[in-house]
Design a protein around this ligand. Structure first.
Ligand SMILES: [Mn+2]
Length: 300
């Protein structure tokens, strides 16, 4: 069956350790499993870590030889936007200001004077799917919403310039669908409360833990991530309707850099991203189907 691996962000050594732990063997320059198991990568291979080229080589080689599949994360999407010229407006689809450069800096540095190699990976990124539907589960980088997935099925083939100009136009439906699918869903914080972002700016909106089961949502701490201190004990405001997952098929995703110990919070919606960059874990969800039931084990 499948081993779903969370956001790697250029940590190739930890990826190799995890693959060996899962029983993959390094044969002929490629990790492969003697029992025919396959890895699913949830995206965000690049940026932050010191081994981005090594990570990309491992993952792409596994995909090409049929030992893995990979979907697009927001970091791959941002990289495509950063490097693709915006023909109509001039410049690029993503700004080259310091904020955007800083998020992409390790990748830019590690591919310095290796432009041909980077171009090859960029072309591969453009061809990555935005989700996977497999017989016993689904996979997406940040947020699974049936209507969004339907929209993608009808409108997306590759991240070419035509599609990018729709994604980068806030009036276009493509903008909302791609933002939600690759970056998650956000909500406005109540009572003027803000969260500091990585740059120390105060942000009035916050990511929603859409995967938390409805019944487990007692306080704002189970709905917001990261939840501001002032709201941790607050009950959910009456009449609010935070995004949730009501599908019956398990969905795996990454993206949220969870800071707590790896745990399955909901059998139907399982996060695989446990913050490898800042002292967390690179996590795999090992899946097997026994008697028509999906069995899942977290390995890290
Ligand atoms: Mn992400």
């Amino acid at each position: 069956m499948y081993d779903i691996i969370g956001d790697i962000h250029g940590h190739a050594t930890q990826l190799e350790q995890l693959l060996l732990k899962l029983g993959y063997q390094f044969i002929d320059d490629c990790y492969q499993h003697p029992d025919g198991r396959q890895v699913i990568f949830v995206g965000d291979l690049i940026d932050r870590g010191s081994q981005i080229r090594e990570t990309l080589h491992i993952v792409k080689t596994m995909c090409e030889r049929g030992f893995a599949q990979c979907i697009m994360g927001n970091h791959e999407y941002n990289a495509i936007c950063f490097h693709t010229p915006h023909i109509e407006k001039g410049g690029f689809f993503r700004d080259h200001s310091w904020k955007e450069i800083k998020q992409h800096l390790q990748t830019l540095e590690q591919f310095h004077k290796k432009e041909d190699e980077w171009e090859m990976y960029l072309e591969w990124f453009k061809s990555l799917p935005l989700f996977l539907e497999l017989p016993s589960f689904n996979v997406v980088h940040a947020y699974w919403n049936e209507a969004n997935i339907e929209w993608i099925k009808q409108h997306y083939t590759t991240m070419d310039s035509t599609f990018l100009s729709r994604c980068c136009n806030k009036e276009n439906e493509a903008f909302r669908v791609i933002e939600e699918t690759l970056k998650g869903i956000e909500t406005a914080l109540p009572n003027g409360i803000t969260n500091p972002d990585k740059e120390g700016n105060h942000r009035g909106d916050c990511r929603v833990k859409w995967w938390m089961p409805f019944a487990d949502r007692k306080t704002m701490n189970e709905v917001l991530i990261p939840c501001p201190e002032a709201l941790k004990q607050s009950p959910l405001p009456i009449g609010t309707n935070y995004a949730t997952y009501d599908g019956s098929k398990t969905v795996f995703f990454g993206h949220y850099s969870l800071k707590y110990a790896p745990v399955i919070e909901n059998q139907l919606a399982i996060c695989t991203d446990y913050n490898i960059t800042h002292g967390g874990h690179l996590v795999a969800c090992r899946t097997d189907v026994k008697n028509d039931e999906l069995e899942i084990e977290l390995i890290y």
